[in-house]
Write a protein that binds this ligand. Structure first.
Ligand SMILES: Cc1ncc(C[n+]2csc(CCOP(=O)(O)OP(=O)(O)O)c2C)c(N)n1
Length: 372
């Protein structure tokens, strides 16, 4: 009998529709049917996501943010999946899914505000149907499952109305698959045929713990044990990520239940700006992945299709403008009024929180008085 651990990160089949050299390929079950203009839009999203990420990283180095978890290398997984969502769908991202937040239309300055420590409430998730970045590993898989079950209860699944039928999507990393929450979410979602997609970005590390220490089988195989379909996709291929997520979301909206997607990618940077990846991985490993860059392959494809240098320059100018905006906006984020914390605890503030707020304000004012 063979040792199953051998297969932990084995090369089991993976959907790929655009090679690292920028060549379109086909897959038996999945196709990307967007136009050239749609692919140009995806390219723009990838470039903007990277710019947001690199600017935020630099802002952290300048002391403007307390911390930043970089998404470098994971742009295709985030953009491809998020652009498959409809407005009525609901996304539950992690702290690293900046591209998802951007594609949902949320103001990226709100993300900076969270990592600057200036935000006391993030944003209203109902504004763009995107929840606040989840830091409790795996918890959002339960939130997305519960949300999906509620969609079914409210009759928003399987009606055949494309404007109405909805699904949720939970983003998670490979490390989250070791949490009980993830396993509970998969079980509930399968048993209740909830309209939820679990989108796992297997970036090969949970901080310093490599994938081999998380699982003895490929992540996609977990789906079998819970009774839901699993799809393994090239996570650096935006077209493939878009295609598989579109199909999984449609299954969910049609009332056919959940799907687990394993997007195989790589975290090019540190876990966060506090981490030093040279302590636990070889530089050659990252170099190998650099050749599979998610943006460069789309650029090569578009150029081969005749997209002009002027157009690429225009996208670059947009990215530069975003960079300037983020730098200026970050430095102008106002200092928070800590008393406002109490306003975000309940939808309708209770007498108890009002009293706590009044006590806090009285204490704060007494300090200010003593300083003056
Ligand atoms: C419940 C819980 N346990 C531990 C942590 C500490 N922690 C923060 S990030 C992380 C690793 C997560 O790895 P993964 O799920 O692969 O996501 P990635 O950071 O690679 O995107 C851990 C263990 C946490 N935030 N929440």
């Amino acid at each position: 009998m063979s040792d199953p651990s051998v297969h932990a990160v084995a090369d089991s089949p993976l959907v790929q529709l655009l090679t690292p050299e920028g060549v379109r390929t086909t897959s038996p079950e999945h196709a990307y049917d967007g136009s050239l203009a749609d692919i140009q839009d995806l390219f723009r999203d990838l470039v903007m996501t990277r710019r947001l990420d690199t600017e935020a990283f630099a802002l952290q180095r300048h002391g403007e943010l307390g911390l930043w978890p970089p998404a470098l290398g994971q742009e295709a997984a985030q953009v491809g999946s998020a652009r498959a969502l409809r407005p009525q769908d609901f996304a539950f991202p992690t702290y690293r899914d900046h591209g998802v937040v951007l594609c949902r239309g949320e103001d990226p300055v709100h993300l900076l505000s969270i990592f600057r420590g200036s935000s006391l409430g993030g944003w209203d998730p109902a504004d763009h149907n995107v929840a606040l970045p989840n830091i409790i590993i795996g918890a959002q898989t339960l939130h997305a499952t519960g949300y999906a079950m509620a969609l079914t209860i409210e009759g928003l699944v399987g009606t055949g109305d494309p404007e109405r039928d909805a699904a949720s999507i939970a983003y998670l990393g490979d490390g989250a698959t070791s949490q009980g929450d993830f396993n509970e979410a998969l079980d509930w979602a399968a048993v209740h045929q909830a309209p939820v997609v679990f989108f796992c970005q297997n970036n090969h590390y949970a901080i310093s713990v490599p994938l081999e220490r998380q699982t003895r089988v490929p992540i996609v195989q977990r789906a079998d044990g819970f009774g839901l379909p699993g799809v393994r996709v090239d996570g650096n291929d935006v077209l493939a990520c878009h295609a598989v997520t579109t199909a999984a979301l449609q299954r969910a909206r049609d009332g056919q239940g959940p799907t687990l997607i394993e997007a195989v990618t790589y975290r090019m940077g540190p876990h966060t700006t506090s981490d030093d990846p040279t302590r636990y991985r070889e530089a050659a490993e990252a170099d190998g992945w650099r050749a599979k860059d998610p943006i460069e392959r789309v650029r090569l494809y578009l150029a081969a299709e005749g997209v002009s240098q002027d157009w690429f320059d225009g996208v670059q100018a947009e990215a530069d403008a975003l960079g300037v905006h983020l730098r200026e906006a970050c430095q102008n984020i106002p200092e928070p009024d800590l008393a406002a914390l109490f306003d975000h605890v309940h939808v309708d503030t209770t007498p108890e929180t009002e009293q706590q707020k009044a006590e806090y304000v009285a204490w704060r004012d007494s300090l200010e008085g003593s300083v003056a």
